[in-house]
Ligand binder design. Sequence first.
Ligand code: DAH
Length: 336
Amino acid sequence: MKEELKQLELDGSARIAEASDLKSLEEVRVAYLGRKGRITEILKGLGSASPEDRRSLGQMANLLKDQFAQRIDARKTELEAALREQKAQEQRVDMSLPGRAIPPGHVHVLNQIADEISDIFIQMGFQLALGPDVETEYYNFDALNTPDDHPARDSHDTFFVKPGVVLRTQTSPVQIRVMEQTRPPVAVIAPGRVYRVDLDATHSPMFVQMEGLLVDKGITFSDLKGTLMHFIHSFFGPDIQVRFRPHFFPFTEPSAEVDILWTARDRHTGEVKSKWLEILGCGMVHPEVFKNVSYDYEEYSGYAFGLGIDRIAMVRHGISSITHLYENDMRFLEQF
Ligand code: DAH
């Protein structure tokens, strides 16, 4: 029995020291100190030993039991410390790693163009005006002298929100809202989104225009022409060729469209080509429009114009399809 206990002490001590993780240490504990463990069994079996043996063996076995419990505890503390250290190593932050860059956003190409154009007109003394995207038929059409049977009123071209209410098809209604609120002299520009039932490479159901309106005593078509030429030369450069082409708009008389001669190198063939591109509509404010806002058309005259911001952005940057401007593809947007 004594021999067995000695042997147990040797084996057990070795196994405790060798336990390399908490699980195997627990297995060792169960094997020696558990309810059916070897030391427990010895203590249970003491009843059949002689009285002297019982005493000395009992002491030895109990001593061994306490010793093992202590050693297992100590080993457990060691293993737990090692585990903590290992976890800390795994989770350590490497301060020398480069940071993850958060790319800063930037102004959308359409807003860049609109800002640049606004600045040119603001320097000439125009003020910024805004109007609602959801507009009444009155402001969008009637007050702008658009006849009831005008094709633009057709639901094929205009998004109707409900009878009498539309998504504005142009920024021109802002002219009416401004004139209703102020007396001449008036000089405003009004950028904003407009909507039409249209979709192809050059038309988007939502696009951006910028309206201009100037009303005062003695304003003539040469004022309009001078202002627009100054804008076009500031924006496209002094050498750009410009042409005013007679046109019709219900709210201006006479009216014109303005084209620029755009020269670009074809990206595929390398060929240099020039073509006339329409960038705006304009004209002298129609007397009927003045009547609708109670301006005296004998006393005042004025001009108005409407720029296509998308078109101008496409010309400036050689963008082939208007849809690129609204898809929010970062590979496209990051180029500007
Ligand atoms: N509203 C016109 C359009 O969307 C553009 C326009 C033409 C605006 C002539 C004007 C103007 O102010 O005088 O096609």
